[in-house]
Design a protein around this ligand. Structure first.
Ligand code: GLC
Length: 538
């Protein structure tokens, strides 16, 4: 695969810098802390870091409310620290992408301050104003637990302003060419420093049009294509990753003809992995993939299990959502907006078999996988913290003070203190040095994935074994075929099924390196509860 397509087979790692490692003892993780821990990420096999927003911000939405797009939040360090991080990452062949928040700024941004205080300011038209709060009333509210309307009255401005998220995040007006030009300038700033691209936040909502739901509009696509042309022309090989929490056919449009985003999160697949596991039924997972449209050759899905937000249930039916809530968020405090504010390990009952299985699906289904920091050691969550903060607690490095995260007396968030997720039991040091730990299994899976390109880019076909609890699929590569088998249930399964013609040959179990004889045209395998097997057939 040409180097310019590196993202098609990359393992991404999502970093919340504040939670990662505190290098200066002020209680907040920082850029220098991340730099110091790059060896850790390299040893796990990470190819690309995605940093949550690190810009100056009043932190009403943890940095997704930006008050200066080309600065660094003082908690995180300086631009010099950032350059140093980038250089150190690149020296280890780790790439780095940043969050680019186009849709809205903070209300503390000088643009908004100027806009609200003077109708004649050139910045007035940077935002979306109205005398009435009835415009665009077909647009849904996203943060349903907090916001009652997408319009908020601004006393200073004497008008309502439009916002799809918190009212502290006024939407920018992309009909204004000056706003579009600002973002090309902002992108240039970071790309010139050498960043490898952007995870572009909340892309469906850039434009507003009456009588539409104000999502996925043609104008939005046109602007995104313009951004892509700009990046390709001036910074070839850098990437744009799309955050559009939408149905497959709508997300697909963000890849265009290979001329919009290179990558898009696969939102519909994620909840169905959890559904499949809890129902011991491969149908939801298969459904998500058979409803995934094909994508251009130069594009790739980004698959994930969890991230810094609630586990979103926007891409399931109403009935499925209720079922997911009952199963995975039985207590009201576990729910947030249309989702579940819990981490991977607690969702999967802290059962190492289920967690391993979920990662195995992540690493063997099509797409470039993203690991959310801390999930590689099975960290827990803190439901006492508000909003999404419970899944943003300090990374647990060891069993020492503040879990080895910081030497400060007081830190930005409590460390998870309660068994079984406390640092005594869950920490990087122990997980890394223990054979068979979650960390070691993930590291091994990543290494195997990298040496078997069929797992990245091979075709996917489901193998029907007549066993609903078994997710078995074939990945056909140019040199090697792979057969992935997952038992989604708590009971052993006996698999006996016919293999396609081109799957005849010697079987090797890649996770144990054991030769298993020849297929003879059939797969005969007994598989333990929640076990997964990666078989190479050649
Ligand atoms: C994205 C982010 C989320 C943020 C929102 C508004 O969905 O993932 O954390 O709150 O955009 O910027």
């Amino acid at each position: 695969m040409p180097e310019s397509l590196w993202y098609k087979n990359a393992v991404f790692y999502e970093v919340y810098v504040r939670a990662f490692f505190d290098s200066d003892g002020d209680g907040n993780g920082d850029l220098n802390g991340l730099t110091q821990k790059l060896d850790y990420l390299q040893s796990l096999g990470v190819d690309c870091l995605w940093l949550l927003p690190i810009y100056p911000s009043p932190l009403k939405d943890d940095g997704y409310d930006i008050s200066d797009y080309t600065g660094i939040h003082p908690d995180y360090g300086t631009l010099a620290d950032f350059k140093n991080l980038l250089e150190a990452a690149h020296a280890r062949h780790i790439r780095l992408i940043m969050d680019l928040v186009l849709n809205h700024s903070s209300d503390q941004h000088p643009w908004f301050q100027a806009a609200r205080s003077d109708r004649n300011s050139p910045f007035r038209d940077y935002y979306v104003w109205s005398d009435s709060d009835k415009k665009y009333d077909q647009a849904r509210i996203i943060f349903v637990d907090t916001e009652k309307s997408n319009w908020t009255w601004d006393e200073a401005a004497g008008q309502y302003f439009w916002h799809r998220f918190y009212s502290s995040q006024p939407d920018l007006n992309f009909d204004n060419p000056a706003v579009r030009a600002e973002f090309l300038r902002i992108m240039r700033f970071w790309l010139d420093l050498g960043v490898d691209g952007f995870r572009v936040d909340a892309v469906p909502y850039l434009f507003e049009r009456e009588d539409t739901n104000c999502e996925n509009l043609p104008e939005t696509h046109a602007f995104l294509k313009e951004i892509r042309r700009y990046v390709d022309k001036n910074y070839p090989g850098r990437i744009l990753l799309c955050e559009a929490n939408q149905w497959p056919e709508d997300v697909r449009t963000y890849l265009g003809d290979g001329d919009e985003f290179q990558l898009a999160f696969h939102f519909p697949l994620m909840p169905r992995i959890f559904m499949g596991l809890r129902r011991a039924d491969s149908v939801p997972i298969e459904w998500a993939l058979t409803h995934t449209p094909s994508i251009p050759e130069n594009c790739q899905w980004c698959t994930f299990l969890r991230n810094h937000d609630e586990l979103t249930l926007e891409m399931v039916t109403e009935e499925e959502r209720q079922w997911m809530w009952e199963q995975y968020a039985p207590e009201a405090r576990m729910r947030l907006n249309l989702g579940i504010r819990r981490r991977l390990a607690p969702l999967l009952d802290n059962d190492p078999r289920k967690i391993g299985l979920a990662f195995s699906l992540l690493f063997t289904l099509p797409g470039s996988p993203i690991i959310y920091y801390g999930d590689e050691i099975g960290m827990g969550d803190d439901l006492q913290l508000p909003d999404r903060n419970g899944v943003r607690t300090p990374l647990q490095w060891d069993a020492g003070l503040n879990a080895g995260f910081s030497s400060a007396r007081s830190i930005y968030s409590p460390v998870i203190g309660v068994a079984p997720y406390d640092p005594e039991r869950v920490n990087v040091e122990t997980s890394r040095s223990t054979n068979g730990s979650l960390w070691s299994r993930i590291q091994a899976m990543i290494a195997i994935r990298k040496s078997h390109p069929a797992l990245c880019c091979g075709d996917l076909a489901w193998l029907d074994c007549g066993l609903p609890a078994v997710a078995a699929y074939l990945r056909r590569g140019s040199r090697e075929h792979m057969l992935m088998v997952h038992n989604l249930s708590a009971v052993p399964q006996m698999i006996d099924c016919v293999l396609p013609e081109d799957f005849h040959g010697k079987i090797v179990d890649l996770l144990t390196s054991q030769a298993m004889g020849k297929t003879q045209g059939r797969l005969l395998l007994s598989i333990q509860p929640y076990e997964y097997r990666w078989l190479s057939i050649a």
